[in-house]
Design a protein around this ligand. Sequence first.
Ligand code: ADP
Length: 550
Amino acid sequence: MTIKSGGNPMLGLIMNRQLTITSILEHARKFHGDAEVVSVTADQPLHRYTYREAFARSARLANALARLGIRPGERIGTLAWNDYRHLEVYFATSCAGFVCHTINPRLFPEQIEYIVEHAEDRWIFVDPAFVPLLEALKHRLGCVEGFVILGPAGAAANTTLRNAVDYETLIAGEPDTFDWPALDENSACAMCYTSGTTGNPKGVVYSHRALVLHTYACLMPDVMSLSAREVVMPVVPMFHVNAWSIPYGAAAVGAKLVFPGPKMGDGETLQRLIEGEGVTVTAGVPTVWLALLTHLDRTGKQVPSLRRVIVGGSACPRTIMEEFERKHGVHVHHAWGMTEMSPMGTFNSPSADFDTLSSEEQWAQRLRVGRPVYGVEVKIVDAAGKELPWDGVSFGALKVRGPWICAEYFRIGKGDAHDDEGWFETGDVATIDRRGYVAITDRTKDVIKSGGEWISSIDLENTAVAHPAVAEAAVIGAYHPRWDERPLLCVVLHPGEQLTREDMLAWFEGKVAKWWVPDDVVFVDGLPHTATGKLSKKDLRERMKDYRFP
Ligand code: ADP
């Protein structure tokens, strides 16, 4: 695509300061030095210090990395939970001109091996809990020179990983300042691989510029709305698309940061951190909120300071939103994005006319994933590529473009999803309403094709989980001799609950179109999940491949 000047030859006369993560570090150090960072880590139940100390230690780490001979642009891998040491690695690597490559420890070992070798990570920073995982691979990760164990002095004593050193020993004795290089804003800053539900994982390389613009966008009032007076707890992992940019945004505005470390899925720890540290806003995938809500229900404990929860990564059921609101006075924002989008695409905050809408209209709006964040363009297209209307009903492939969206994959180039006009096809199927609110109806590969018509598996799942006896539900298309595919509902019940197939199917009456009602229900003990905690329809389809409708 060529960019035309539009006939305006006059240039703006503004300083061309580069947009880099280093500028966030420097700003936070000067203006928010006293703001706190509180972490649960493997070796400390509650570690507490300030941004000033965090960035002094980042400088020490940068000195240590320079001493190890890391060259500009080289990748430093991390396999780590959300805590202060991981934060220091984030800033030290990116600001020193290296690339912070976060790796999802929940991936299969073969995927981790592939990713490390494909990215050519030179050193890997690893939480003690994930050391055995790497030890099993150590004869293969040939590109990796050494491993830093994210723990206190002595933490590397018992590992068989080559050139292993513990984090505290590595940075001890290094100076508290570092001469951060002046970086090109288009240089690589961080890297994250897609989870590769089909084929090998693909590397997305974020530039400094992309992440700074993304940080500005996420901070806006109708997006995450962070400020110096907020206390933010990212429960979304730092190995999953930069924890949705919260570490950068919190530092930029001086919000207190609270990290749950390895206790991310533990309702008790989350409640204790929220109450003890005064957390006002938190963010994560739907499943972690189930753990918290169940814990609150069981113990009668409260989350008094909490005002907002940002839920994304997969569809947030209405039940989670309602429970947060009715029982705890917490507003739930639905958000949508993906690894290729840094990740923020859309964010749900109320429209200007929200108060004039009926309660059902308000819910219809809130269940959508929100409007594109300024900077992101969206469109939906049919199978022939023709743009579809924004009527809230027509659904088609969702395409996006913008300054923080992946232009090509690392060492692959443009994928099939990139078109010639600069749009990226998300792999999601969506509707857009007249106000611009997007609803994700499915992933392209999960949509159920029944007699040439499409049925949204997500809508059916949301309807199923609204039943009080249902803990989790997944709908897949199963082979049907007449219709090609028909919806098959797989349900996990809450402990102690009972439900018949007929009662479950009757629940759909009047809630979805008649021809959308699943043809059968299978009650299961559990459903398969991906490394990022999402339902794995691919594994479920595999598990149910011999299923035939009665
Ligand atoms: P991966 O694709 O590797 O599982 P991503 O984090 O990149 O991990 O996932 C992006 C996908 O997750 C989106 O394309 C979409 O299908 C799904 N997703 C993200 N947020 C939502 C949401 N709020 N509602 C429904 N689906 C979502």
